[in-house]
Design a protein around this ligand. Structure first.
Ligand SMILES: Cc1cc2nc3c(=O)[nH]c(=O)nc-3n(C[C@H](O)[C@H](O)[C@H](O)COP(=O)(O)OP(=O)(O)OC[C@H]3O[C@@H](n4cnc5c(N)ncnc54)[C@H](O)[C@@H]3O)c2cc1C
Length: 428
């Protein structure tokens, strides 16, 4: 278990349990914790650990052993040498490093090793090429959804470990374990925010009761709550998209609100995962469309009214009170409102010397502070805002942006109550 850190509606776990039952074998769910996950810091690890003890309990309730092995005991191959499994099932993760770990496990294991895509509703393998835009993946998803958009079986393991053979964790599953690990401590956990499936389900219920029916009209209004705030639970796999989509589909809310939500959760999210899975340059400008790279290159020498360093941006020291508030929301809450993420990244393009530098800074800040950072959605969001990914050219050509879609302070002012949003962030 790596990306899909849950028991509820987890196709990788379901298939592992079904196969173990078929083979009449007991099953162990292995979770190795490495303290140097790319760009992971204390904030992210604390959220992860919040959910893990609950996942362990839920695994036990499904009749399987849960084995937690933090560094230096985190190695899957060594664990396999110890328990000698007949089969290994893993989940999938399209990001470069974790996909590399799976490739190296496939080379080192001498037994069958299968991975199951538990992160999406329609498995990524159905889209073997990089999709151009939402409009190209949408009809394909709509065609395939009936095959996968139904409740998971959540089966129970039927064979227990013979006495004294059950593999054991090497440390208690507690957040305090982080104290003994060389985790990057530069970014503190978010006070009052808890990870885990139960917390995610509570958030889902609260959104369905209070926010869903107005999602189509309120989601781009940052001074209101407006959105589901489920992305960090999705990022850590503590909730799966199927659980959320089924709950939304059966909720009592206007059809257009539900459709707007499912468009983001399924079409936009699975498009982002397709981008990261199929484009090796997903976290740099070079991964964006040719038209976008050309228009940005032609605008690189356009004069900038103002330039900010990465540390001025990080400390929210710009002339723009809305941008500063958005940055502070991310630093303090570990999440920025979705509408402002677009504005935030586009302004970094406007205020730095080159688009490549803007891209790199946006990725670093996003990955460092967002609880849902280091995610396909983040790289795609930055690529959309700065590099026109999945978007189209916008005329007329503008300084710095070229044909990349532009956003302005005045545009935000017309759309929502900026001062009320700023006051909300100041009160955090
Ligand atoms: C510059 C930039 C950076 C971003 N960084 C991240 C990030 O690091 N992690 C992250 O998960 N999302 C990121 N997004 C996408 C989007 O802004 C967030 O997913 C959303 O704001 C999360 O809040 P929510 O759960 O309340 O979303 P809701 O509006 O309630 O949407 C429900 C779910 O749909 C998915 N979703 C919504 N909008 C998008 C989108 N534009 N693209 C893909 N999926 C979407 C998310 O999984 C989200 O949880 C970024 C967008 C931009 C423009």
């Amino acid at each position: 278990m790596q990306r899909a850190q849950r028991v509820l509606d987890n196709p990788a776990l379901d298939i592992a349990i079904q196969l173990a039952n078929e083979l009449q074998k007991p099953i162990a769910v292995f979770f190795g914790l490495h303290p140097k996950y790319p760009n992971g810091n204390w904030r992210h690890y604390a959220f992860l650990m919040d959910g893990l003890a609950e996942t362990a309990e839920r695994v036990a309730a499904r009749g399987a052993a849960f084995v937690f092995r933090p560094y230096p005991d985190h190695n899957l191959i060594r664990f396999c040498e110890e328990v000698k499994p007949c089969l290994v099932i893993g989940d999938e993760n399209p990001m470069r490093a974790p996909e590399g770990w799976r490739q190296s496990a496939a080379r080192d294991l001498r037994i069958p090793f299968y991975t199951v895509d538990a992160d999406v509703i329609v498995p990524t393998k159905y889209f073997p090429k990089e999709e151009y835009a939402a409009r190209t993946i949408r009809p394909k998803l709509q065609k395939l959804l009936p095959l996968f958009f139904h409740p998971c079986e959540n089966p129970k393991a039927g064979y227990s470990w013979p006495a004294d053979t059950e593999p054991k964790s090497t440390a208690p599953i507690e957040t305090s374990i982080l104290d003994s690990l060389p985790v990057d401590r530069s970014t503190a956990p978010v006070a009052g925010v808890n990870g885990g499936t139960a917390a995610g389900l509570r958030q889902l219920q609260s959104f369905i009761q209070q926010g869903l029916s107005r999602y189509d009209t309120d989601r781009n209004l940052p001074h209101l709550a407006g959105t589901s705030e489920l992305s960090s639970y999705l990022h850590f796999g503590q909730l799966g998209p199927l659980t959320i989509a089924l709950a939304v589909q059966s909720a009592e809310a206007p059809r257009q609100a539900k459709e707007a939500y499912l468009e983001e959760l399924i079409v936009r999210r699975e498009l982002a995962i397709n981008f990261v899975a199929r484009n090796p340059k997903y976290d740099e400008l070079a991964g964006c469309h040719e038209w976008a790279q050309k228009t940005l290159a032609a605008s690189t020498n356009d004069p900038r009214d103002v330039l900010y360093s990465e540390s001025q941006l990080e400390n929210a020291e710009t002339h723009d009170d809305l941008w500063n508030a958005a940055q502070m929301e991310m630093v303090k809450r570990g999440r920025m409102h979705g509408y402002l993420r677009m504005y935030w990244a586009k302004k970094i393009l406007e205020w730095t010397e080159t688009p490549a530098e803007a891209f790199a800074i946006a990725v670093r800040l996003n990955d460092r502070y967002e609880l849902d950072g280091r995610d396909p959605n983040g790289y795609t969001g930055v690529a959309w805002a700065i590099g026109g990914k999945h978007d189209r050219p916008w005329a007329p050509r503008r300084p710095i942006f070229g044909m990349i879609r532009y956003m302005s302070y005045d545009g935000c002012k017309r759309k929502f109550d900026i001062q009320s949003y700023i006051r909300k962030v100041a009160a955090l």
